[in-house]
Design a binder for this molecule. Structure first.
Ligand code: MG
Length: 163
């Protein structure tokens, strides 16, 4: 049995005039994250953790922000594509764990919906994905509300993976 872990980190800037999408869920807020896709920082960190665990290049390689065909796409599609990639290479997701770093808004009311959306896209059960949220105690860019950061780890298992 092969076992591998990966790590992911992402940051997006908070700007006016954009919806706030986190973990595939639109959250009512006065600003949203800036980016080429829907800028879902949580999905992106998880995507990189999974890609890293699978020994693949990073999210920017598979979904470059210069590609006009993916402008504004839901990052849940990115997770679905990574699920495909892992299936093709015979990796099975053991678990995903992630932390959102955001001073505001309060994330707790949306955690269950995020877990539903992302576990569905990844083809795993709800208990294989854990999402936590913390503030940055007012310090640095997350603390000043300039952006939102996310960290993630993922573990993959396989009996037959070729890499
Ligand atoms: Mg990103």
């Amino acid at each position: 049995m092969k076992f591998r872990t990966g790590i992911g980190y992402d940051v997006h800037r908070l700007v006016e005039g954009r919806p706030l999408i986190l973990g595939g869920v639109e959250i009512p807020f006065d600003r949203g994250l800036e980016g080429h896709s829907d800028a879902d920082v949580l999905c992106h960190a998880i995507a990189d953790a999974l890609l890293g665990a699978g020994g693949f290049k990073d999210i920017g390689h598979f979904f470059p922000n210069t590609d006009p065909t993916i402008a504004g796409i839901s990052s849940l599609h990115i997770l679905s594509r990574i699920r495909q990639l892992l299936e093709e290479t015979h990796w099975e997701i053991s678990n995903v764990d992630a932390t959102l770093v955001a001073e505001a808004p309060k994330i707790a009311p949306y955690l269950e919906a995020m877990i539903d959306a992302m576990s569905n896209s990844l083809g795993i059960s709800r208990d294989q994905i854990s999402i936590k949220a913390t503030t940055n105690e007012g310090l640095g860019f997350p603390g000043r509300g300039e952006g939102i950061a996310a960290l993630a780890t993922a573990a993959l298992i396989s009996d037959t993976a070729s890499r």
